[in-house]
Design a protein around this ligand. Structure first.
Ligand code: SAM
Length: 260
């Protein structure tokens, strides 16, 4: 967990900060969405799964331990890969993790049966990342994506605010645009489900279900750091200042698509 001082914290990217504070699940819909995608994708023992943008490895560890899938988690952040590897060790999960870029993955073509991409394609160039996913998926393979959606075009000043927060320029898309992006990349959408609110299903109960004891530790730790560390306080304020007035603009969706 957090063994960083305020300067180190300030140097982390947004997801590394959340991970440093102890959060395990970093996608809309949380574990409930993950479980739904696992069921949709029919994960069985031996299914070769890539967890793209695996973060701290919660989904990878679950898939490898509970479903006996053969899981590789990939993330561009060395810190995330280290945290995910430690999570796998602590939970005795056989998931493996590698550092790498979603645009140029260190895998041979057709290596995986299923790609999980929870809250990652939405930050990237859709055509490029979907083409790379297509390349590493076996014919007939599936991609299970958790995406953020918008209800109407997002004003430029809001996109600027989101960029300051996320560190990347985002191009939020409507559900129809997401389905079209998958179609254009050569996939066949098998199933999809969209929610109007980005926080649909996010309750205190689901927070503790998703994060377990780490959730409680996270709240205590965040509260303590809020009081003592200006960098953490500033970050918390930035998050609230952006999301409170803009939350209504965004929803999320689950997409399961097949490589023909
Ligand atoms: C919102 S977090 C999601 C983490 C995890 N999938 C989850 O749902 O908890 C996005 C993750 O994608 C990773 N990421 C962002 N851009 C990437 C890229 N180009 N290649 C690989 N990973 C990337 C980030 O480091 C981060 O861990």
């Amino acid at each position: 967990m957090l063994t960083l001082n305020a300067n180190e914290f300030a140097r982390l990217d947004r997801f590394e900060r959340i991970a440093a504070l102890g959060m395990a699940s970093m996608h809309p819909g949380g574990l409930a969405a993950t479980r739904k995608l696992i069921q949709w994708a029919g994960i069985a023992p031996g299914t070769r799964v890539l967890d793209l943008g695996c973060g701290v490895g919660q989904t990878s560890c679950l898939l490898a331990k509970r479903y006996a899938a053969e899981v590789t988690g990939l993330d561009k952040s060395a810190r995330m890969v280290a945290r995910a590897t430690e999570r796998a060790r602590q939970s005795a999960s056989p998931a493996a993790f590698v550092e790498g870029d979603a645009y140029a993955m260190p895998f041979e073509p057709e290596r995986f049966d299923v790609v999980f991409a929870e809250s990652v394609t939405l930050f990237l160039d859709r055509a490029k990342v979907l083409a790379e996913c297509f390349r590493v998926m076996a014919p007939g393979g599936l991609i299970a994506d958790v995406v953020m959606t918008c209800h109407e075009p997002v004003p430029t000043d809001v996109l600027d605010g989101l960029e300051r927060l996320e560190g990347v320029r985002m191009h939020p898309m409507s559900p129809e645009q997401w389905l079209a992006a998958y179609h254009d990349a050569g996939f066949e959408v098998v199933r999809s489900e969209f929610k109007a609110s980005i926080s649909d299903g996010a309750t205190l109960w689901s927070f503790f279900q998703d994060n377990g004891w780490d959730g409680l530790k996270f709240l205590i730790r965040f509260g303590r750091l809020w009081l003592t560390e200006p960098a953490v306080r500033a970050y918390g304020r930035e998050l609230t200042a952006f999301w409170l007035p803009n939350k209504h603009r965004f929803g999320f969706g689950l997409i399961l698509a097949k490589r023909p």
